[in-house]
Ligand binder design. Structure first.
Ligand code: FAD
Length: 387
């Protein structure tokens, strides 16, 4: 190809660009990025950056000089509004048209919202600007109500609490993160939050958000600040209206090729075929965006590599720092090894005797060994503590 366009200026885009230049691709390379920033990493936005501990520069994998030196044009503050697959043209909100030989769609995901009266009073967290807005609000102190006990909701709850806010989390389900963790680990994490002064209510039905807080079916929670953290949806509208195959994200094969031979997709927006799991999977995690971005860079140039690694994720909440690899279901069997009371342990999930996932909590440099056992049939008695 002589001209490659990437739509979406996030982490997947940053790593696709890097891999293309590493592969000695010497043609034109343009990134169309809606946000007014170069691509950056989002994990610090609910953790160290939100707390005011991390430098802003640390969130950017490459600075402006790097893009210049690598002859990459990043059109910040520019959205792609239309895609003509037949003509191989992307239309920008500036009215310009960009032709391509290969296109990568890496438009990420957007915060899900709820259809509720007053929902406009609630903030969401996806961008560095959102994080700075929240941080400024934390500086005033007061009461934060978080709607949704998912990863982002719980991370923000922990950061806000450490910044001195009063924090209440309202969760519709039976447990925080119950759908990922299952009851044993969900209860472990809930206890950590409670010990640190976060109030968690489960089984809650939200009826409205007001200027003064959140109204549920049986209570009112006063708040100076409300954060809505009920998940994200793939930003796939552009792909869908262009006629690409979309089903919970842009469908791709194991090379990250979409239903159009000249278009690839990567990162949070891609529902890609994973050769290890033998099925399609859409993953909203940092490691996946980096790896898929790099893979798309190679496969756009015709390299025969495939998406063949297990999902990996990490979080930091109070003194709960972990890495998780694999894909477990909430009703999988759970085996704990190590010192759970001291908060240093390994959790294993199994289904029909096969390890589906593993997580190291405050135990480090063992995640690769966990990864080796995922997918293997192991007698639970033989699962190691890896200490
Ligand atoms: P994004 O980073 O979302 O980038 C996509 C970009 O494309 C966005 O800037 C968007 O505005 C832009 N865009 C969309 N449509 C268009 C268009 N039409 N034209 C131009 N541009 C467009 N993962 C972990 O593994 N661990 C963590 O601890 C963790 N913490 C997180 C904390 C927060 C607060 C958030 C929001 C995410 C976190 N994640 C974490 C997830 C991780 O950040 C994402 O998986 C990753 O950012 C996905 O990268 P991406 O490039 O696919 O999409």
């Amino acid at each position: 190809p002589r001209s490659i366009v990437i739509v979406g200026g996030g982490l997947a885009a940053a790593h696709a660009v890097e891999s293309l230049r590493d592969m000695d691709y010497a043609g034109r390379l343009t990134v169309v990025a809606r946000e007014p920033h170069l691509p950056y990493e989002r994990p610090p936005l609910s953790k160290g950056y939100l707390a005011g501990n991390d430098e802003r520069e640390a969130a950017f994998p490459h600075d402006a000089g790097w893009y210049r030196d690598n002859d990459v044009t990043v059109r910040v503050g520019t959205a792609a509004t239309d895609l003509d697959l037949g003509g191989r043209v992307v239309v920008l909100d500036s009215g310009e048209s960009l032709g391509y030989d290969r296109l990568l769609i890496a438009t990420g995901a957007s915060p899900r919202t709820l259809q509720l009266p007053g929902i406009g009073h609630a903030l969401t967290l996806r961008t560095i600007d959102d994080s700075e807005r929240l941080r400024a609000a934390f500086a005033k102190g007061g009461r934060l109500v978080v709607i949704g006990a998912g990863w982002i909701g719980l991370e923000v709850a922990a950061t806000a609490r450490q910044a001195g806010m009063e924090v209440t989390v309202l969760e519709a389900g039976e447990r925080p993160l119950g759908a990922v963790f299952g009851p044993v680990l969900a209860d472990h994490l809930t206890a950590i939050h409670q010990r640190n002064g976060v109030v968690i209510h489960t089984g809650v039905t939200i009826e409205a958000v007001t200027e003064h807080g959140v109204v549920t079916s049986d209570d009112t929670f006063e708040a100076d600040l409300v954060l809505l953290g009920v998940g994200a949806t793939p930003t796939s509208g552009l792909a869908e209206s262009a006629g690409l195959a979309v089903d919970d994200g842009i469908l791709t094969d194991e090379h990250l090729r979409t239903s159009d031979p000249y278009v690839h997709a990567a990162g949070d927006v891609a529902n890609a075929r994973n050769t290890v799991l033998g099925r399609h999977l859409r993953v909203e995690h940092w490691d996946n965006a980096i790896r898929q971005g790099r893979l798309a860079g190679r496969t756009m140039l015709g390299v025969d590599d495939t998406y063949d690694w297990l999902p990996y994720f990490f979080t930091d909440q109070f003194d709960f720092s972990m890495e998780y690899v694999g894909r477990s279901a909430p009703d999988d069997e759970v085996v704990l090894r190590g010192d759970v009371d001291a908060g240093e342990f390994v959790a294993w999930w199994l289904r029909d005797g096969v390890v589906t996932a593993g997580m190291n909590v405050n135990v480090w440099d063992v995640n690769d060994r966990i990864r080796e056992l995922v997918g293997q049939r192991v007698d639970p008695a033989d699962l190691p503590d890896l200490q």
